[in-house]
Write a protein that binds this ligand. Sequence first.
Ligand code: G
Ligand code: G
Ligand code: MN
Ligand code: NA
Length: 254
Amino acid sequence: LFTENSLRKALSREEFVLHYQPQVDLVSGNIVGLEALIRWNSVELGLVSPAAFIPIAEETGLIVLIGEWVLRTACAQNKRWQKQGYLPLRMAVNISARQFREPSFIKLVEEILQETELDPKWLELEITESIAMDKSEASLQMLGAFKELGVRISIDDFGTGFSSLNYLRRMPIDTLKIDQSFIKDISTGEHGEEVVTAIIQLAKNLKLKVIAEGVETNGQRSFLKEKLCDEMQGYLFSKAVPCNEAERWFRMTE
Ligand code: G
Ligand code: G
Ligand code: MN
Ligand code: NA
């Protein structure tokens, strides 16, 4: 169904779109960031979830081209919003292992930042624990190079992988994103509270920003706020929406 060829065609026909999900500061209630999430608006199939086609894109290697499109589009959109006078926001982009391991990846990011004139500090790359913890010299160098460039790095779905804490404390990263499975288990007797509290504490001790994912209820929000989690993301505020809908939440720079 989703062959390499169909994904290739989708790229050339410009059938991919980005939706944006807000990241909200738990103290001020303001939107401080956005996560770009790809959607495939297929002529034949309608709106296709990335959960269905990203794995195929990864297997076939086409994720490198699709990922380049995502990065360029997200950076260009972010710059466009800044030029329109909206208060600047961080833009988070999901990066697959395959993309991150391309030797030319850092150069590509640099090029896209130059081309879009986006200040690197407004870009955040979301990588998985397994990419971050792969103890290869190449990965560490890549992370160091991004730090130098001023691009932010976050660890997505944190808590579901096998992070070495000894390694984590030496990693040049900025943010931990608590996996939504732990947020779901707050107040359900499944010990979500304990895990979430421990991750927030870990982030504080390592001086990292911490974002809760998949926040759906006011109860979860109050719990996170009480535990001094920095930001939240989830259906309680909004799902990912097209750019024109996202704009309605933005405030203008004074
Ligand atoms: O947005 P959600 O709606 O359904 O996304 C499903 C999965 O697809 C998530 O794991 C998410 O990280 C991933 N995903 C969404 N957009 C992108 C993207 O641009 N690149 C990569 N590599 N993964 C993405
Ligand atoms: O792998 P990653 O964390 O990038 O994927 C995020 C996924 O979670 C996307 O599919 C996104 O649409 C989804 N998502 C975002 N907020 C919520 C939420 O509050 N509840 C649920 N169930 N899913 C969410
Ligand atoms: Mn993500
Ligand atoms: Na995640």
